[in-house]
Design a protein around this ligand. Structure first.
Ligand code: ADP
Ligand code: MG
Ligand code: MG
Length: 214
């Protein structure tokens, strides 16, 4: 049975647009402490571009919609996180690219989509966990999602566990020194600060969770 409708996937994008405007300053403040203070601004530039085209893209299938979102982020956002977010959205729909324009996806497919989307970040970023990046949120979240799904949890329950694992991963970045990204240059001085990309991706996953029907 289809557990997640096309409307769900549109809703997620519609909710990411105002979310980044609300949280822009917070992510930028985090980035001011250990980077160059633009993380919130970068994401806002990308999602404003998405907002200006979303209506045209809604008629596409889930894969087409997310590919357009990813392309917009890749085209419009500089720096590290923009292209990594862009790749995430580009890959997200690939496992369901053959679906019709109004088709939803199953729980199995959703897990595969998250797997593809999250895995591309390690490839593109040449990075993994323990380096004080968004991987510290995303990789434990993916592991939790897969484990819960394999154990038979429904997709919302499984995604709820992914969100919790992602938040724990985010917290773990506080004590890390960075070995990737701008915070690398700070060495020990980055300790005590959350990673901005880990923070934004934790909240993004929460939107994917909250929009799922009960
Ligand atoms: P920039 O650092 O170019 O100004 P942003 O401020 O938008 O870009 O994004 C910074 C975030 O990008 C970091 O907090 C980190 O989570 C993430 N990041 C940077 N480099 C990598 C990488 N190689 N792999 C994964 N994530 C990375
Ligand atoms: Mg930055
Ligand atoms: Mg920058």
């Amino acid at each position: 049975a289809e557990e997640l409708s096309k409307a769900y996937f549109i809703q997620v994008i519609e909710d990411l647009i105002p979310w980044i405007e609300d949280r822009k300053e917070y992510f930028t403040d985090l980035d001011s402490a250990i980077g160059d203070g633009d993380h919130g601004i970068n994401l806002s530039i990308g999602f404003r571009e998405v907002a200006s085209h979303l209506d045209e893209w809604k008629a596409d299938n889930v894969a087409g919609l997310y590919k357009n979102v990813g392309k917009a982020l890749l085209d419009k956002v500089g720096g590290s996180a923009g292209p990594l977010y862009g790749s995430f959205f580009m890959k997200f729909g690939v496992p369901v690219k053959k679906k019709g324009p109004d088709e939803g996806v199953t729980g199995d497919e959703f897990v595969e989509m998250m797997d593809k989307a999250i895995s591309i970040i390690q490839k593109r970023g040449k990075s993994t966990t323990g380096e004080k990046t968004m991987n510290d949120t995303l990789m434990p979240a993916l592991d939790a999602l897969k484990a819960a799904h394999a154990a038979g949890d429904d997709i919302k329950t499984a995604m709820g566990k992914a969100v919790e694992a992602g938040k724990a991963g985010l917290e773990s970045t506080r004590d890390m020194i960075a070995t990737k990204g701008r915070a690398m240059r700070l060495g020990e001085r980055a300790v005590g600060h959350l990673d901005p990309g880990a923070a934004s991706t934790a909240e993004m996953l929460e939107i994917f969770y909250k929009d799922m029907p009960d």
